[in-house]
Every structure is written in structure tokens, then in C-alpha cells.
Design a protein around this ligand. Structure first.
Ligand SMILES: *[C@@H]1O[C@H](CO)[C@@H](O)[C@H](O)[C@H]1NC(C)=O
Ligand SMILES: [Zn+2]
Ligand SMILES: [Zn+2]
Ligand SMILES: [Zn+2]
Length: 266
């Protein structure tokens, strides 16, 4: 009744102001931090407002699982973690921590901000999603290192990037000393292999494998068990290219010579 009585000009004005409100709400909503939903986003933190909110974001996401993993503004496409092809493309090269910005070249993260956050969270593991460039790289390394052509290459189920911090290193080193095999065929050492089939033979059928970085230093080649029982004088590591390398073994005698980089789950 009041609407019927209202003068057309007033209605038009009301409609216009409602439209302005709707537009500004939509605009503001887009610009609000996806975590607190209170403060506007800051250019440095892209979809969040502050270092506090990006820390929360990196641990549990925006809290709205319906939203695209990359832009956090549009809903996910059915059966996907992103809203569309463009965001899915970014996801495949995204920072392993925030997952919405492209990673920085060879690094696994996008920025100093993410590096700062990850050092607060460390030690931790970051899942590398299937389809990601790093996943393909790790899978490729594993497959190329498979030397035993007579057995099929197992299927990798998951890949994680290992993030260490300094406090993590100390117990890790002590732990590794405990693990070092006193009964090993070449004495007390850290036994590794460049042949993924050899490494996998200790964890099959379901298990985990660490992809490590290793400093070999001066290598002593051996051709049989027990040829050396400790680090040979003047050398840093021992390599036994058993069965022409199909069961290649690399033995290190110093904990500092090895660090885990990726965790592979079968
Ligand atoms: C055996 O392992 C060493 C050390 O990783 C590597 O340099 C060498 O090429 C490997 N040998 C074969 C035959 O794969
Ligand atoms: Zn916020
Ligand atoms: Zn998106
Ligand atoms: Zn990042």
C-alpha cells in the first residue's frame, strides 16, 4: 500500500541507493581478508590482512572449504580444488605453503612472507598435491632411479616436502646415530641407495621413503661385503655398485652428510 502511494521519483531514488549499497558491499566483500573477514586485504598478504591472518591461513586455509584454493573468491568447480582452469593452472606451480601464489622459481615457496611463516611452523611436512610440478619432479626422480627393470615401479600415493628447523636438526642427528646400523655390512654408517628399487625394498609394499640430499665427498668404491668396516682413511663415503648398480649402496659415515628433502608415501 505505501509503495503504491509512493511517488515514482522516491522509488527511483531508493532503488538507486539500494543498488549502490549492493555494489559497495560486493566490492568490500571481495576486498576483505578471507580469514578474519573484518579487515581489508593488504597487498603484501594478498588474500589476508596481516601476518597474523596469513599464519592462520597457511595452517588451516580460509575456513571456507567451498571456495577455490587459489583465488578464495569463487566456489570450487565440482570435483576440483579450484574454481576453473586458470586457478587450476596456478595451483600446479603454486607455493607449497599458501597454495595461491606461484612459487618463486626453483624454490618451493612464493615469498619471504611464506618463508617466515614456514619457519614458525617448522618442523613440518607440506603435502605436494598430485599434478604439481614438484610432485612430477619427485616422481620422475624416483622412476629414473629405479634400476631393477625386472620388477614394476610401485605407485606413489603421496609426496610431502620436509621442512626442518634448527631445533629439529639436533634430535634428528642424535636419532640418526641411534639408527646407524652397528651390524651393517660396511660398519656403523648411514646406508642409502641411489637406486630407488633398493631403497623401496626396505619399505614395501606400503611404507614411506625419504628422498635425501647427500654429500659424497671422496668416494671409495668397494666390490664386496665387509671390504671396509668403517670410513676408509682419506675417504668420506663408500659405494658398492652391487649387481652393476641395480642394488647400488652408498654408505656415509657422517650425519652431516645427509638431509631429508621429500617424503614419499606408497
Ligand atoms: C651408484 O651410486 C652412486 C652414488 O649415488 C652414483 O654416483 C653411481 O652412478 C651409481 N651407480 C650406478 C651404476 O647407478
Ligand atoms: Zn585478517
Ligand atoms: Zn579460483
Ligand atoms: Zn606462499
Amino acid at each position: 500500500m505505501s509503495i503504491l502511494n509512493a511517488k515514482p521519483v522516491v522509488l527511483a531514488a531508493l532503488a538507486a541507493s539500494a543498488l549502490v549499497m549492493a555494489v559497495s558491499m560486493a566490492f568490500n566483500d571481495k576486498r576483505l581478508c578471507v580469514v578474519c573477514r573484518v579487515y581489508p586485504v593488504s597487498p603484501e598478504y594478498t588474500v589476508t590482512c596481516s601476518f597474523t591472518c596469513i599464519q592462520i591461513f597457511c595452517q588451516r586455509g580460509s575456513g571456507d572449504a567451498r571456495m577455490c584454493d587459489v583465488c578464495h573468491r569463487r566456489p570450487k568447480r565440482r570435483g576440483q580444488q579450484q574454481c576453473g582452469n586458470e586457478c587450476a593452472g596456478v595451483a600446479n606451480v603454486a607455493c607449497l605453503l599458501c597454495k595461491y601464489r606461484p612459487k618463486d622459481g626453483r624454490h618451493d615457496l612464493c615469498s619471504l612472507t611464506c618463508k617466515k611463516v614456514v619457519m614458525i611452523l617448522a618442523p613440518c611436512i607440506l603435502e605436494v598435491p598430485r599434478g604439481h610440478a614438484i610432485y612430477d619432479m619427485v616422481e620422475g626422480k624416483f622412476k629414473r632411479a629405479w634400476k631393477d627393470k625386472s620388477s614394476p615401479i610401485p605407485v606413489i600415493r603421496k609426496v610431502f616436502k620436509i621442512i626442518e628447523n634448527e631445533e629439529f636438526q639436533k634430535p634428528y642427528e642424535l636419532y640418526r646415530v641411534d639408527l646407524a646400523k652397528a651390524t651393517g655390512a660396511f660398519g656403523v654408517g648411514v646406508y642409502t641407495s641411489s637406486a630407488s628399487n633398493k631403497a623401496y625394498s626396505y619399505c614395501k609394499p606400503n611404507g614411506a621413503l625419504l628422498l635425501n640430499k647427500v654429500v659424497l665427498g671422496r668416494v671409495r668404491q668397494v666390490s664386496g661385503w665387509n671390504e671396509v668396516m668403517s670410513c676408509p682413511q682419506g675417504y668420506n663415503s663408500v659405494i658398492f655398485e652391487r649387481r652393476n648398480g641395480i642394488l647400488n649402496e652408498t654408505i656415509l659415515y657422517c650425519n652431516d652428510a645427509i638431509r631429508p628433502v621429500f617424503l614419499i608415501i606408497f
